[in-house]
Design a protein around this ligand. Structure first.
Ligand SMILES: [Zn+2]
Length: 608
């Protein structure tokens, strides 16, 4: 039914009416999609011989309205591009850009412009002329096979809690594919078990049903009261860079009374090089499987019609397909785990140092270009998007604002003087690539750390320009840079308490003895290198078992630490418990600055 509504109104004139937002009676169209379509007289009609209730028609109209409203935005972008189509669309001049920007809707990002330009150029290659409008450029949108019960009311769906963990959904559903009367519509009940992250007092809303592969998946939204964090008035913030070397690098910055930005110089790092390498290997494996699948499919389809099917080929195809989807699922899960654990780490750090705002680069303005293209592609944009969404979600729970700032020039400019930095090898020269930033003003810093400081300064100094859009995302569109100053180091206590003469050594250091009295030596290894099995398995007496020694299960480097006690962890962040289960395989490969809770004990603005 939704498909038919879209097909009937897939024309530039109808999209213009919907985008205009005014009904035939001159009143503003309601925000609710199905009501807007009915006001325009574009209601859905059931196929001949099928009886559906008014609520079911509403659900179809809602789906159609969402697809058409999304198309209205694309139509505006395409119209702007067509109206200012230059001679060479892939090398626009400054005038071309200003002519285009004047026509585009607000907030159109560069990626959209590039993709739509390519789409129009592709159309020109085929047809030899420009398309007239969006509806000529592309076909009508495909309606997703889902049932959004939220568009209906209690006559169609009732949602209620059975207990703290269980929700029962009552819904009128047909008992056959084409219900001929209302007798074919029957109330069905199905129980859903809520995951542990849903609090017992949260209000559950009408779900969306997604039937696929003989199963029905349920998207169940739930509501918790929430007041958005303030967008300005912050004095301590965290600047975060999407690192080249590390996944995230953060720097803490303060805004003082005079309006200048102070940093102390301790970077916070979330380094997931091990997991990223694993992801690269998995992606390569996926491509390999895909190529093989393609080849075998062509072999199977190319057989002559009279030849019998090859069972060996068919079974090989099935096996490869199963492996391909397993690898895809593994990549998906690893991306998700990486994104959420890094977001958790970031928000925990912000809370620990008393920062009330997190500034990140705007992903829409983050364009990979020039030499850094391969570096920026190392971590896919999808993971960054998930990190951002997860950070915004987790930060909202603790009342911390997440604000995006323009990405332009964050890593090419010096945070101290604003001049251009030079990227060189690290002072130790061990790591590959140009990971260090130096400047004529004396700056010498890890390039991600320098970028994080610049982002923090950009956000704190321009916080009065922060705007919240209708989706609740806060962003600073245009920003001016402020130089940061490094906070003076606090003198170490030993330097002030005793004069140098009194700290001189007057007697030999006493020998250290162990409580057991055993003789020790500096050469004693810190760990036993060979474990002593209590009972060696038969046939392997005296041999070291294969694999890691038990002592190595604890990573030696700095790892992500959770500052809470076990009992509060389970109550506050139930998904952390799941993270702890992941710990064996996942967190061993992540090196992150540990979160300490010094900040919480010593007040709002502690030294960090
Ligand atoms: Zn400088």
């Amino acid at each position: 039914m939704a498909d038919r509504v879209i097909a009937a109104h897939w024309s530039d004139a109808d999209l213009a009416v919907l985008a205009g937002g005014v009904g035939v009676d001159g009143r503003r169209l309601p925000s609710s999609g199905w009501m807007a379509l009915r006001r325009l007289g574009w209601g859905a009609v059931a196929p001949a011989g099928v009886v559906v209730s008014d609520r079911v028609r509403r659900i179809a109209e809602e789906e159609a309205a969402r697809a058409l409203r999304l198309a209205c935005h694309r139509r505006a972008v395409v119209a702007a591009l067509l109206a200012s189509w230059p001679d060479d669309p892939f090398a626009r001049t400054g005038e071309d850009w200003s002519a285009l920007r004047a026509r585009l809707p607000d907030g159109t990002d560069n990626a959209t412009i590039r993709n739509r330009t390519r789409q129009i150029a592709g159309y020109m290659d085929v047809h030899g002329r420009l398309p007239a409008d969006l509806c000529e450029l592309e076909g009508q949108p495909v309606v997703s096979r889902q049932v959004s019960l939220a568009a209906a009311d209690r006559q169609q769906v009732v949602v209620g809690r059975v207990d703290g963990r269980m929700v029962r959904v009552w819904s009128q559903l047909p008992v056959c594919a084409a219900p001929a009367s209302y007798r074919d519509w029957v109330w069905h009940a199905f129980d859903l078990v809520l995951p542990a992250i849903v609090p017992t007092w949260a209000k559950v809303c009408s779900p969306t049903l997604r039937p696929r592969d003989g199963r029905v998946r349920v998207d169940l939204p739930w509501q918790t009261p929430h007041c958005p964090a303030p967008v300005d008035g912050h004095t301590r913030g965290l600047g975060v860079d999407w690192g080249v070397n590390t996944l995230l690098t953060a720097a803490v910055a303060d805004l003082d009374q005079a309006g200048s930005v102070l940093v102390q110089g301790r970077p916070l790092r979330f380094d997931a090089a091990g997991v990223s390498a694993k992801l690269v290997r998995l992606r390569r494996h996926r491509e390999h499987l895909h190529t093989k699948l393609d080849h075998l499919t062509r072999l199977r389809d190319g057989r002559p019609a009279d030849a019998p099917a090859d069972p060996a080929l068919a079974s090989k195809l099935v096996r490869l397909q199963a492996e391909h989807s397993a690898v895809c699922a593994r990549i998906r899960h690893l991306n998700k785990a990486l994104a959420w654990s890094s977001a958790r780490w970031l928000v925990d750090h912000a809370t620990a140092v008393g920062a009330t705002v997190i500034y990140v680069e705007n992903l829409a303005t983050l364009e990979a270009g020039g030499r850094s293209r391969s570096l920026n592609r190392r971590l896919s944009g999808a993971v960054r998007g998930t990190v951002f969404t997860a950070t915004a979600h987790l930060a909202a729970k603790v009342g911390t604002a997440v604000v995006t700032v323009p990405a332009r020039g964050t890593s090419s400019g010096c945070p101290r003087c604003g001049g251009a930095v030079t990227h060189v090898k690290t002072p130790q020269g061990r790591a590959a690539g140009y990971r260090w930033a130096t400047c004529s003003c004396g700056l010498s810093l890890d390039r991600d750390h320098a970028a994080a400081e610049r982002i923090a300064a950009r956000g704190l100094a321009n916080q009065t320009k922060t705007r919240r859009d209708r989706n609740g995302n806060t962003t600073i569109r245009a920003a001016t840079d402020t130089p940061v100053r490094r906070r003076a180091r606090r003198p170490t206590p030993t330097a002030t308490t005793k004069p140098v003469r009194e700290r001189r050594k007057t007697e030999p250091t006493p020998k250290q003895t162990r409580p057991t009295g055993a003789k020790t030596s500096r050469l004693l290894p810190l760990r036993r290198q060979v474990p002593a099995p209590a009972e060696p398995p038969p046939g392997t007496a005296g041999k070291r078992p294969a694999g890691r020694t038990p002592q190595e299960t604890n990573p030696s480097g700095p790892v992500c630490q959770v500052p809470h006690t076990a009992s509060t962890t389970a109550q506050r962040h139930p998904h952390r418990v799941r993270g702890a289960l992941l710990g064996r395989g996942f967190h061993r490969h992540v090196h992150a600055t540990p979160v300490t809770d010094r900040g919480r004990r010593t007040g709002k603005h502690p030294p960090y």
